[in-house]
Ligand binder design. Structure first.
Ligand code: MOS
Length: 748
């Protein structure tokens, strides 16, 4: 036990402080912002995926009612690329700013933008802009990676031992190819940019998971100093990685506002969401595993290819967790890119690890079948002592306990391994398991805390709450440190003008920002104690700050409860409205040689029911055990895992962006045809957190839970499908057609 373990607020399930604003409609999302004189922009999107614009005729559109301007390559004004930068700065998904040239590289690429008094007028006029193309045959279809794995020369991502020799001499071996189709992020909140320009400064209301990066990027793109750009994202209707880095609509809205000296709103339509704001690429992976008959791994090779766009190199990094998941003397991970005529892919929840673990954990299940070994036992038998790729210890790894606790909660001991051998209520049951991991890290962060005479506190940071609960946990941290109740703590986020805060990505925000807030709260306390000993009329006048402590929002002599004076009283005596403290914390990236291997871990157990008479497959139950360090607020943490599991059901059974090979267009570009898991598809979900603090990462021992819950779910489900039906689906999503050979339908 430590001071934090005994906290009355850290680790205690706490309602979201932003909940009332959200359910009452008072929370302002980007597109909710409106200003006098606001104009609406609607882009003209390319209807070919490869070629060039031969002619753009805006004459008719320009005369339509309400149209203020039509911008294109010839008249948009200067938009620049961002220079190369190190670390987590100046990141943009498409390095080419909109309208830079006349070349079309993907379907939906913006080629002009109409600005009008209403969104309907802008859209109507955009449809009347006549574009003549020089067409070429695009390289884009639903099987983006092609087959076999022949693309740009693959890179070696991780290597140890002699994998080729070990595979050649293997006693037991599995060798299979797994594929994942392109998946499109579909947050309910559409991407949107509202740009306000006052002749010098841009204020941009954005859908951003990283307001500070967005500011820095847009300053470069617009060619102005960062002080002349402010980016605001108070609330985000989720992002899943699609809103991490700026997309072209932001530059367009800002350029239109600059040109017209009027506020401009550009909301990306759902159709455009499938074209111009990223997606998880299609991925093909070959997994080769070799083992001794007792299940000890002797070799592991993973070769992956993901599609990227024509100009940008998006690497999905499917080997993210492979090198340290299991103990094996021989390992090789390679990755390659397949260049296609599509918009650039980007990070989608658990990039790299999530698709990587679908393949790796499917491979482990297939190996368990070959060995006739329990798949939980196979994983336990291959648990590494250290990170064998970096040859350093793990900071805190409880993978075995995830597996054994999950097995117990799920009732795994009752599993009979034979295919189709388990039944309940007339349904065939399938039980599958997968292990998972996700990287843990910290990025630099700054924050400020103010203690106010009215008895409240204010904590500010230029990070943002993307729906995961950041507002609430920062209030909890300040409450823990000061004794001020959460209800009296005002958390201010989502503004690039605040102290520089981290990206809400990588599941790093909690680990990154909490030390800075803790530091800021402690510095604010120092100033408060100084005010207590220095102010005339203070009962503590003349004492040393070291004689005092700050407990339950009161200043007192150490250990002397009867001497306590409320913070508000001290500040009133001192005649100041508030005292404040600044806090700062360092990142873990860029260390020359890391001392520890930082990751979160988990185990996913899935149950499917299979009704062969009507070929009906359902995911009925998921038990998930997560080792993600200390959990600051179990309530939203559980939400994160539950949401991720539902997303995993979608990944396994439904999600797939289909591209038309003739036009390169994503054709199921709407929420009716792009199928996602909904409430009716949601299994019973049992979430357990092991709650081992990881003090090597962070003074609070926290790691983060945004992505780990999705990792491994798809493999657990397809392994359960195999257990129920005997059919191993290696190409996601599982289609009912895949299972028809095992259906026993009588068709009259
Ligand atoms: Mo996450 S894909 O880093 O938003």
């Amino acid at each position: 036990m430590d001071e934090i373990s005994e906290s009355k607020i850290i680790g205690v399930a706490t309602r979201r402080i932003d909940g009332p604003l959200k359910v009452s409609g008072a929370a302002m999302y980007a597109s909710d912002h409106s200003f006098p004189g606001l104009l609406y922009a609607w882009p003209v999107c390319a209807t070919i995926a490869k070629g060039s614009v031969a002619r753009l005729d805006t004459a008719e559109a320009g005369k339509m009612t309400g149209v203020a301007a039509i911008y294109h390559r010839a008249n948009i004004g200067n938009l620049y690329r961002v220079p190369p930068a190190a670390g987590f700065s100046l990141i943009i998904d498409e390095k080419r700013p909109p309208f830079e040239d006349d070349v079309i590289r993907y379907y939906g690429q913006y080629i002009a933008v109409v600005v009008a008094n209403t969104v309907e007028q802008a859209r109507a006029a955009a449809e009347r802009v006549k574009v003549t193309y020089n067409r070429e045959k695009p390289d884009a279809d639903s099987k983006m990676t092609g087959s076999p794995l022949t693309t740009d020369k693959p890179d070696e991502k991780s290597k140890r031992g002699d994998t080729a020799a070990a595979l050649r001499s293997a006693k037991v071996k599995v060798d299979n190819v797994y594929s994942i189709p392109a998946e499109t992020h579909n947050p309910i909140e559409l991407h949107a940019s509202v740009a306000v320009y006052d002749g010098q400064k841009f204020t941009l209301y954005e859908t951003s998971q990283a307001v500070v990066n967005h500011r820095d990027v847009l300053a470069q793109v617009l060619g102005v100093p960062p002080e002349q750009v402010q980016v605001i994202t108070r609330f985000l209707g989720s992002g899943f990685g699609g809103k991490l880095w700026p997309w072209p609509q932001s530059a367009l809205a800002a350029a239109c506002a600059r040109n017209l000296n009027r506020p401009v709103k550009l909301v990306v339509s759902r159709q455009m969401m499938f074209q111009t704001v990223g997606h998880r690429p299609a991925i093909e992976q070959r997994i080769q595993l070799a083992a001794e008959p007792d299940g000890k791994l002797t070799a592991l090779q993973q070769d992956y290819v993901n599609h990227t766009s024509i100009l940008d190199d998006y690497d999905e990094g499917c080997g993210e967790v492979t090198p340290f998941m299991y103990s094996t003397p021989n390992l090789l991970v390679t990755g390659g890119l397949a260049r296609r005529n599509v918009g650039n892919p980007t990070a989608m929840r658990g990039p790299g690890a999530v698709p990587g673990l679908f393949a790796l954990e499917s491979g482990m299940d297939e190996l368990a079948v070959s060995l006739k070994m329990d798949p939980v036992q196979l994983r336990l038998n291959n648990e590494p002592e250290i990170d064998e790729s970096l040859r350093i210890p793990f900071s805190s790894r409880h993978m075995k306990e995830c597996l054994t606790t999950g097995a117990e909660k799920f009732g795994w001991a009752n599993r009979t391994p034979e295919v189709g051998s388990m039944r309940r209520d007339g349904l065939t049951l399938g039980w599958g398991v997968a292990a998972c991991s996700w990287l843990a890290a910290r990025t630099e962060a700054e924050a400020s805390v103010e203690l106010r005479q009215d008895g409240t506190a204010r904590v500010a940071c230029g990070t943002q709450d993307i729906g995961g609960g950041t507002y609430t946990i920062l209030a909890q941290i300040v409450s823990h440190e000061t004794g001020i109740p959460v209800s009296k703590i005002n958390v201010v986020l989502g503004d690039s003008a605040l102290p520089s805060g981290p990206i809400s990505g990588g599941s790093w925000v909690t680990a990154s920002v909490t030390p800075a807030v803790l530091d800021a709260a402690r510095n604010a306390r120092k100033t408060l104690l100084l005010a207590a000993v220095k102010s005339d009329n203070s009962p503590f006048k003349g004492k040393k700050p070291d004689d005092l402590e700050f407990v339950d929002a009161m200043v007192r002599l150490k250990g002397q409860a009867q001497s306590a004076v409320p913070m508000s009283e001290i500040l009133r005596i001192a005649k100041v409205s508030s005292v404040s403290g600044a806090g700062k914390s360092q990142g873990t990236f860029g260390a020359a040689k890391p001392e520890f291997s930082f990751h979160s871990y988990g185990a996913q157990f899935a149950e499917v029911t299979w009704q062969s008479e009507i070929a009906r497959l359902r995911v009925s139950r998921v038990v998930t055990v997560i080792d993600a360090g200390r959990i600051i607020n179990p309530r939203p943490a559980q939400n994160q895992i539950e949401g991720a599991v539902v997303m995993g059901v979608g990944m396994a059974l439904f999600e797939e962006t289909i591209y038309d090979s003739r036009s390169g267009a994503p054709i199921n570009n709407n929420l009716a045809d792009y199928v996602m898991a909904v409430n009716a598809d949601t299994p019973q979900i049992d979430v357990t957190f092991l709650d081992y603090p990881d003090y090597k990462l962070n003074p609070l021992g926290v790691r983060g839970v945004g992505e780990i819950g999705l990792a491994g779910v798809a493999a657990a489900i397809t392994s359960a499908v195999y257990h129920a039906t005997g059919i191993r689906v290696r190409d996601l999503p599982v289609r009912i057609e895949d299972l028809l050979p095992m259906a026993k339908m009588s068709i009259a």
